[in-house]
Design a protein around this ligand. Sequence first.
Ligand SMILES: Cc1cc2nc3c(=O)[nH]c(=O)nc-3n(C[C@H](O)[C@H](O)[C@H](O)COP(=O)(O)OP(=O)(O)OC[C@H]3O[C@@H](n4cnc5c(N)ncnc54)[C@H](O)[C@@H]3O)c2cc1C
Length: 409
Amino acid sequence: MNLMTHTDLVIVGGGIFGCAIAYYYSKNNPGKNVMLLERNELNNAATSRAAALMTMVRSKRSYIPLTIETFKVAKEMEKELGESLDFKVVGMMHLAASEGTLKDLEELISIASEYDQEAYYITKEDAQKRVPWLKVDEALKIGFVPNEAYCDPYMLGTFFARCAKLRGAEIRQGVEVIGLIHENGTVKGVKTSHGEIIAETVVDAAGVWAPILAMEMGAGLPMAPVRSQYWITERSDIFPVDSPMVLMPDAQAYARPEGGSLLFGIREKKSLVASPKDVPNDITDFVFSKDEGMNDLLENGEKLARFFPEFYDIGIKYYVAGFSGYTPDSQLVLGAVPGIKGFLVASGCCGAGISVAGGVGLGIAEMASGRSNPFDFSEFGISRFGEINPFEQDWLNRCASARSKKLSG
Ligand SMILES: Cc1cc2nc3c(=O)[nH]c(=O)nc-3n(C[C@H](O)[C@H](O)[C@H](O)COP(=O)(O)OP(=O)(O)OC[C@H]3O[C@@H](n4cnc5c(N)ncnc54)[C@H](O)[C@@H]3O)c2cc1C
């Protein structure tokens, strides 16, 4: 395989972040060249495993404009390709069953109006009708955000890549980046399994492996690979295909329909974490839990059974797990590394990378083009925790505990 030896932009990693960056860069820079390098297959790591809740209205305001961009670009790509992404716009229900989560819900409804997103309260009767499996007795209030969706994350990532390719992006699978070419604090290209490529800018979008590359420049990316997991039940009439997604913060759980079954996730007390260097390059056959998460499920199932009484009786058909890059403050890791030129980072997705992919792609592509970023990335800065070692156990534990505390999906 012959690779171009000079290009304007090299993107390392063909997950949804890398594909989205390639899309926006090729769209907004006609005449410039971009090369996306993926060592395995596109969108085959975290991206294809996501539950893909496209949560737009969140307590973290910093994510909202990024997700709004994803919804916008999805429509544009559907038009361009003449194909549907088949987003399931079923809406998100938020069930608050304690004073703390009620306060959070009230704040969420007001955040929605700040961003012109529809959100309102619904009655318990209405909620019960829409979601037959849900036990609503303990709810103090139930909020509903009607325009939220879930999607097929692999397809969304692939749409970005296909539209990028139509605009001339060079996308190479089976090419591993093994190092950076740099001089006096400026990154000048990459060394790959198929030769060297000189580039004006390199973007590290290597998912949970991103810290390995950045460390070559002495930059400790503030994130760690933490396992996310969910389960899919057997089919039942109590799971209508078009019923809303449900967030149950009092159980630290979420659920959404999955073709007549229920897909649900619940936070474990202690999340499994690994050093980026210990995550295998190809996770296709990696065994995350020999017991398929059953211990975690039983340990935490009681919380979920409060809202899902059939939990103990319904059969589990599938278990899905994967690594996402978590940070102690549940904010992304995006942008330039202070003191290093020609190098940008797009990682630390905190389990929300499918929803925010549009904004991440556009923001990083604009930075790589030397233009101003249309989004505010100030909360996502690489050095916000000072100097850290992303391979050290205390740091890894700090990132894992951020996921264990997460209340929503
Ligand atoms: C179980 C689970 C459930 C989730 N649920 C949701 C959800 O409901 N909503 C949501 O928004 N998000 C969710 N996520 C998170 C979402 O999947 C991630 O945020 C997103 O996929 C991150 O994309 P990425 O491009 O950063 O990483 P990845 O998809 O992991 O892509 C990184 C790519 O880089 C490649 N790579 C690494 N190193 C190199 C190298 N040296 N050379 C070449 N290629 C390299 C890898 O092979 C990989 O393909 C979930 C994740 C998991 C695991």
